[in-house]
Write a protein that binds this ligand. Sequence first.
Ligand code: ASP
Ligand code: MG
Length: 456
Amino acid sequence: MITLKIGGSSLRDTESLNRVVDIISTRTSLKKIVVLSAVKGVTDHLFKSIDEALKNDRQINGLLEYLRLLHRELVVGCIQTVSLRHQTMDEIEYLLSRLEKLLFGITFTGECTPKTRELVISSGERIAVQVLTGCLQDRGVSAVPMDADKIGIYATGEFGNGNADLITTAKYLPAFLKPYLNRNSIPVITGFFARTHDNHTITFGRGGTDYSAAIVAYAMDCSELQIWKDVDGFLTASPGLVSNAKPIEHLAYEEAAELAYFGAEILHPRTVEPLTKKNIRAVIKNTFEPDAVGTLIGAEKKQDKDVIKSVTCNSNIGVLRIYGAAIGQQVGFLKGVVSALSENNINIMSVITAQTDVNFLLSKSDLARGKLLIDSLKIPYIDSIETIKDIAVVAVVGVGLVETKGLAARVFTSVAEVGTNVEMIVSGASKVAQYFIIKLKDVEKTVRAIHREFFS
Ligand code: ASP
Ligand code: MG
């Protein structure tokens, strides 16, 4: 049995939707489960709808009409059987009417609580599974739409940043899906969200469908997770920065996790977690180039001749730098700061410490709030707190990186040759990745220089 994750960009128009239907129905005879994102742009539109509804109710009808037309075009373009078309549009209308009530509720109460937000932003996936199921049925493929929060996929944690409860999910989901699978029907499940133990909808953060699909693959003991995107998998660098970046055929779980965590927006950062627990391989495939090999992610650790498999960068990370003459010696200092940040839902990407400085790597959008929070703790031995925004994190990733002599020298020589100053370095924390911080303005030339050194 395999799980197929279909990304929103693979559902962007009639042509790509037809490709997806081909991929699901013809490529393998194994039993399949499909996990689906919202159609491209829909989740952004739903976030925007919340902002508009908070202002007033004037835009709501137009915002809903946009969704109606977008999905109707797909339904009309891909479903030939008239009764099936009507049935699918009826389901979509029902979901839109629920969404309408939520949006008016937001306007009239003047607030959007986290629970309401989760319901609004999960609408895109709920609509998408109706559309794809209709298309599959139209081709004579038996398929059933399912909402993840009604079939035993559980999560805990903060709204907007859920963590799968793998054990509970593995207990309930198989019982729910098996009757359908036994009849050779394909479950088409919404990605992006799950249900909390007290029965609320909870999302996994942007791009969360990859994670959803890994959770399903885990709970159902699948042998493989196929992730269908609009790119050839992981590349040696971001193609936006390096025009001759090449696809990577194989990555170890750890390498994929590091790349997803800090760099390329190819995978939701937590996708590999459920997979490693049961040694399930993942394959990233391109919907528009289905015969290209893609990237295989698995347990095997292969060391390349030049060790480095990819160079990536992240410009959304900033530094919160805390100075204090003897900060390094204060027992409990980190604990206090870390608790304050996490209680306020600020994710700490990394911590780099010295005797007089502690540097937290945070998302740039969290820097100002993080500074205020730590200011408010009034810790006596902090002399000053600084936020640094004009930086980026560059990462090189590859099995064997820490153990290979002379590798860091090769990386930093190529960086120095283009005149880039390295402001901070993290090495050895991960066995397969090395990170360093540079000025934002130097990102392009630095990534290109490292790529040239290792890949041309
Ligand atoms: N639709 C959600 C988003 O855009 C989840 C996903 O695409 O994986 O973030
Ligand atoms: Mg999406």
